[in-house]
Write a protein of this length. Sequence first.
Length: 645
Amino acid sequence: MKKTFLKYTFIIITTAISLILLINFICSLSTLEARQYDTFYTKTEQMIHTLENNREELLLLREGLDEDYLTRAKAAAYVLDNLEEVSMDVAEMQYLADLLNVDEIHIIDENGFIVAGSVSKYVGMDMHDHPQTNAFIAVLESDDPDAYLIQDAQPNAAEEKIMQYIGVRRKGQKGVIQVGLTPTRQLEAQSRNTYEYIFSKFPTDKGEELYVVDTRTGAVLGHSGGMDLNFNAECYQLEDLMDCSNGAYKQGRDNTRMYVVSRQYDDVLLCAALPKSILLHKLWLGMLATLCCLLCIEAAVILLLTYLVKQKVINGIHRINENLAMITNGNLDTQVAVGGNREFEELSSGINTMVKSIINLSDRISTIIEISGIPLAAFEYERDGKQLFVTSGLSELLDLSEQQSAKLCQDSAQFDQYIRTIAATPVEGETDIYQLSDSKYIRIHMSESEDSCLGVISDVTRDMLQKKRMQYENTHDPLTGLFKYNHFKHLAAKTLHAMPAGKVCAMVMLDLDCFKSINDTYGHDAGDQYLQDFGTIMLKMPPEHCLSARRSGDEFCMMIYDCNDVNEIEGYLDDFYKMLSQHEVAVSEDQSKVISVSSGFALAHEPNIGIEDLLANADQALYEVKRTAKGHYVEYSPMPFSPDA
């Protein structure tokens, strides 16, 4: 029976293969040219893409180099305009050229003559004498002090050497500083945009030709086989190529019939051609390959049928192994259901019972944690990604939706990355506490080994918010919201110590004018409102430049930092006094007052000055302004004080 089965199977499969070959031959004859057309079209598309990319690369290269070269020219002009000790001899100019990484530097005077430069034989040239040099006369005669010219690469006037020159107008006197560079990178980029270079990067089949024909002149501009060939054949003539856009047969060299596809791009025709004999050769090769594949399939099918029983058993085992792998990776909902024989059914039932026991154990642990009432969750996973265990409540602790939590718990590697991302940024001053949001803090304890990790997550939001509230109360004035004086001095000292070179800062001491009379006249509630409004205005100062604090009672202080000079500091003080003048405080139901404050400030140009000394100097300036002209600010000066009108 087995031999009879194999005999009829062989006859049926062999007949099917014969029919497939016949149908494939008929279809291939009609689709051969279409496939070749698609191949040629793809190649021309790639050629067009390469041409456009090369053009774009050349354009970007020119723009980038022009900007770089202009910067070097400006640098040369700056050096020559500002350093009088720079010698004008050739050696010194060449040294400057080497420093700026340019090939030539020339100095052109107000009359258009090169009076100095790194190339001695160019000295004395009249820029008016040649079109290449005459272009820079416009820069010389321009009224724009920032005039410049970036000239395209071209033969220079002196030696016909390909150079690119950039000229910028001098600042200190009438003249032009010119630098010259050999355009090596531009020339290399241009060489990559030739048809010969592009054709060399495209692989061609035996007998295949790629070439470009100018649509204006009919001349062949490039050929994959070189330009030494004879291009008199029909397949190279412009009038014959115009009807090859959809593919056509044309006469080639040596009376060879060529299948030609042409495609117009800008002012050229991109053409691809292949001998007809090679097309047919491809067909027979394809038929042979198909026959070999079908014979292999026939042999495989016969072998498959011969070992059907064995394969069925093996497939059943594979299915069980796949289900076990899914269970090991954490998909505990997987049900193993492999039938076909009693042994597979019993094995599947035993595996499913074991998985249910694991799930029940996890549920019991989660229930114990829930009964305890402690916001707590535990997790355990293996680093190889095969097993992940988490208790309930994890999504709530991590502020995750049920969908996000389910997705995260499907992959232990993903879960490990998520936990480590959180653990990478602990709360400042804490070792195992992490902030998930403005109102969510958690503590993560982990015990790790080489191949696994065990962890516990707990909610510490209440403790952290209480701690932060206490920190705020310790550092901020409860009435105004400003820093307390001691905390302010600590922050100001750190800011002063970190002040960059070239920057200045100022300590400002402020005292409210006539505050006692407001308290006495309108009551302490009005006085508190007066202080609160003043604190609000202080908080409106730019936080990146100002620190503000309440010193005591009606005394305040401010640090203005990261400024370039005293004018910038006074600008911030002017803005502050302007805000005060535009703000009125309601001291009673029918009266309001503009806040009046006197202030003195002391400058610090170096970070090593003591903060107490700076505060004392600002206090001295405040004392002087309170004594002489209230409602203004004045800078501390060790000289005898003279109030500024």
